[in-house]
Write a protein that binds this ligand. Structure first.
Ligand code: F6P
Length: 366
């Protein structure tokens, strides 16, 4: 018979999102109630594992956090144990500190690590698995771009926030006869832009998967005017790019598993529109607003299902796996198959087809 682990660690890596606390709560409660496990929570993602920053998590310490945004453990999308930023001699240098991470894990007498995060986190988690740390992953990100799962938790909450924002911008767009450009996060995948654009009734939606032609966009705006619709709503994913052009990079973050931060394409598109046609534009960048707030009921449920399933994998010693959603079933996927891949919107996605059918311009044709 398999020996059920008695002490496990947990951390939240990458950018935060609504639902992280719901997962932490589900993991701790399931681990304690069903298996009598002790849980060590590492602080600030992998930084906690390298620097031995931790808290002991109990049923009491996770009580009341289900609905709370953010993560009680803190998060970091910079701390990579394999390329760890350190100040030496007044200068920042990068060192492989993964042996220190392993040492911390062993010193706590842990038998498993539950790692909650997006693709950057899964890349690091996979490398830790190769150093013989028994890991189980849980897929998180507002971008919904993690390979191997249909949905990541956090996405539904960000979608809700984006849609509410688009609804509000709609009314002022109408009053002032303006083109309102709304930029949403999502990195190189257009899930957030496409889904919020469809839900919010965007007239033009630009996603990274379909390079845009500014002339198509302007033509759509002119056609709407011709049909007495004097305003237009344009939703753009931060990773969108023009035909033959490139993404707009806002900054690079040294030491991050994915150093490039996108942002600014909304302003680029808006000024291109104003250069070409007689119309007033305004830009709203939703940015980190999309990562804040309380999780939606769908995210609370998904986060709780993932947390519960992850502890079951630990109890079964089914390591090196990420829990995932396929259809409505929770399944497991080897992390090695997930790490380093991005799940973008496929060209034949029914969402793309339906957006076109309801008259949305996707920037590549009218
Ligand atoms: O991956 C989540 C995400 O919010 C992306 O949508 C966005 O590009 C990025 O993180 C922003 O990262 P940071 O918090 O470092 O600005």
């Amino acid at each position: 018979m398999k020996k059920i682990p008695k002490r496990i660690g947990i951390l939240t890596g990458g950018g935060d999102c609504p639902g992280l606390n719901a997962v932490i709560r589900a993991v701790v409660k399931t681990a304690v109630n069903d298996y009598g496990m002790a849980i060590v929570g590492f602080l600030d993602g992998f930084e906690g594992l390298v620097e031995n920053k931790f808290v002991d998590l109990t049923s009491d310490s996770v009580s009341g956090i289900l609905t709370r945004g953010g993560t009680i453990l803190g998060a970091s999308n910079k701390a990579d144990p394999f390329n760890y930023r350190m100040l030496e001699g007044g200068k920042y240098i990068y060192r492989d500190r993964s042996d220190q991470a392993l040492k911390t894990f062993e010193e706590h007498g842990l038998e498993a690590l539950i790692s909650i995060g997006g693709d950057g986190t899964m890349v690091v988690t996979n490398k830790l698995a190769q150093k013989n740390i028994p890991v189980v992953g849980i897929p998180k990100t507002i971008d919904n771009d993690l390979y191997g799962t249909d949905v990541t938790f956090g996405f539904d909450s960000a979608l809700t926030t984006a849609t509410e924002a688009i609804d509000k911008i709609h009314t002022t767009a109408q009053s002032h006869h303006r083109v309102m450009v709304i930029e949403v996060m999502g990195r190189y995948a257009g899930w957030l832009a496409l889904c919020s654009g469809i839900s919010g009734g965007g007239d033009i939606i630009l996603i990274p998967e379909l390079a845009y032609d500014i002339n198509c966009i302007c033509e759509k705006i002119k056609q709407r005017k011709y049909h007495s619709r004097y305003f237009s709503i344009l939703v753009v994913g931060e990773g969108a790019k023009p035909k033959g052009g490139d993404v707009v990079v806002m900054k690079t973050v040294d030491g991050s598993p994915e150093p490039i931060r996108l942002g600014g394409v909304g302003h680029k598109v808006a000024s291109e529109i104003e250069e070409k046609i007689e119309v007033e534009t305004r830009v709203t960048i939703l940015g980190h607003l999309l990562r804040g707030g309380i999780p939606t009921p769908a995210d609370r449920l998904l986060a709780t299902r993932y947390g519960f399933a992850a502890v079951q994998q630990v109890a079964d010693r089914n390591f090196g796996q990420m829990v995932a959603l396929r259809g409505n079933e929770i399944v497991t996927v080897p992390i090695v198959e997930v790490a380093g891949k991005t799940r973008t919107i496929p060209p034949d996605s029914p969402l793309i087809a339906l957006a076109r059918s309801v008259g949305t311009c996707l920037g590549d044709s009218l």
